[in-house]
Design a protein around this ligand. Structure first.
Ligand SMILES: *Cc1c(COP(=O)(O)O)cnc(C)c1O
Length: 394
């Protein structure tokens, strides 16, 4: 079992019934990833439909106010559907079409990946079913409406804690029932091989672009690259092209909720232990019996008790650093960046921006930071208003 390993993490820990589907997917991916026609079609979709390349924006006001390193934002919030998720979804949907599949299924937590998958299904004329924890369907009613509007069916999942991890379980179960016509469009760099590798490759466009953009504007590589980590797809996409550039510090920002030591912290690399779940070996938040622990934080997109296996390995090897950001810090960054730059970031992205606020003043004016704004914050405004004790109609 050396396939899809990242150091001691990764692998394929699934029931026998799923192995056939994973092998079919792996073979298709191996074939198409080096196929110039496939890459050209995907490149055109990313440009024409998703609005790539995304801007590398020099955040002048923030830079001057914080008084240290020069801050650049990689603006994934400007992509169609408002986040980085579309990069992965267009890649997988196109692959599924080439494989002759007519149906996409997906899990979703906050609904962002569900909306992106429903969008691609609409574009390609495919059937779409999204599994979503019942609790999340209630918290994210607007995204449920959007998915239905786009033609998808949303299935509320009532097992377990009725949240994201249960939706993943249900989507995997459903996949084993209908392998012939269905592709499981997984939303992050997690799950069994080939997903962590394939999703990373589709998201690596972020760092490929940012590297070229930095070389063009600054004439050199950034000193630090910062991104938030839920399952880890926008972060690995932001890091990937820099992994071999040892002088570039890579910083992943995890959600600590009310505090990194709080029992429900979602800062997996800080508090998690090695384990096997959702088909992969990695770090997971666990209780004293080794059961997956319930996690909560302000950001639904970071509310996952595990982390992608490649991040677990980058941590083990000391190549990337992982920091924990509290709800309080993220909300402060959300407000600060909105006011300072006129950019309302997703609350997930605000975790990365919170770290930049901390790090930039301690760096030299000749140093540079690239921070990924993984998504836009429209979806979070009502929730943050409530968090601040204010009521808005949304
Ligand atoms: C889903 C989401 C995340 C978290 O997912 P990753 O796989 O860790 O990138 C972060 N930011 C936004 C805007 C999201 O929608």
């Amino acid at each position: 079992m050396s396939k899809g390993r990242f150091g001691r993490h990764g692998g394929q820990y699934v029931p026998e019934t799923l192995m056939g589907a994973l092998e079919e997917l792996e073979q298709a991916y191996e074939r198409y990833k080096n196929d110039p026609a496939f890459q050209q079609e995907l490149g055109e979709l990313l440009a024409q439909y998703a609005n790539r390349p995304s801007r590398l924006y020099y955040a002048k006001n923030m830079t001057e106010d914080l008084g240290g390193a020069k801050i650049y934002m990689k603006r994934e919030d400007l992509n169609h559907t408002g986040a980085h998720k579309i990069n992965n979804v267009l890649g997988q949907a196109l692959l599924a079409k080439k494989m002759g599949k007519t149906r996409l299924i997906a899990e979703t937590g906050a609904g962002q990946h569900g909306v992106a998958t429903a969008t691609a299904a609409a574009l390609f004329g495919m059937e779409c079913v999204v599994y979503m924890g019942k609790k999340d369907t209630e918290r994210q009613a607007l995204n449920v409406y959007k998915m239905k509007l786009l033609g998808a069916r949303v299935v509320p999942v009532t097992s377990g804690t009725a949240t994201l991890k249960d939706a993943v379980n249900e989507a995997m179960r459903e996949w084993t029932r209908r392998l012939d016509d269905t592709h499981y469009c997984l939303g992050s760099v997690m799950g069994p091989h080939p997903f962590p590798t394939m999703v990373r490759d589709f998201q690596a466009v972020i760092s490929r672009e940012s590297k070229a953009q930095m070389l063009e504007t600054e004439g050199r590589l950034p000193d630090m690259v910062v991104a938030c980590v839920g399952g880890g797809s926008n972060a690995i996409g932001s890091f990937y092209d820099y992994i071999g550039d040892e002088a570039v510090r890579l910083v992943g920002c995890e959600a600590a909720g009310t505090g990194v030591d709080a029992p429900e912290s979602a800062a997996t690399i800080h508090v998690g232990k090695p384990g096997i779940f959702h088909g992969m070996k990695s770090y997971f938040c666990q209780d004293e019996h080794g059961q997956i622990a319930p996690v909560t934080c302000i950001s639904a997109g970071l509310d996952y008790p595990g982390v992608g296996p490649e991040h677990a390995d980058l941590h083990d090897r000391g190549r990337a650093e992982y920091v924990a950001i509290t709800d309080e810090q993220a909300v402060q960054a959300f407000e600060y960046v909105s006011k300072m730059e006129g950019v309302i970031p997703a609350i997930e992205s605000a975790h990365a921006l919170a770290y930049v606020m901390e790090a930039a003043p301690n760096m030299g004016k000749d140093e540079t930071i690239v921070v990924t704004v993984s998504g836009r914050g429209d979806k979070d405004c009502a929730m943050i208003a409530r968090w601040k004790g204010e009521q808005v109609d949304a």
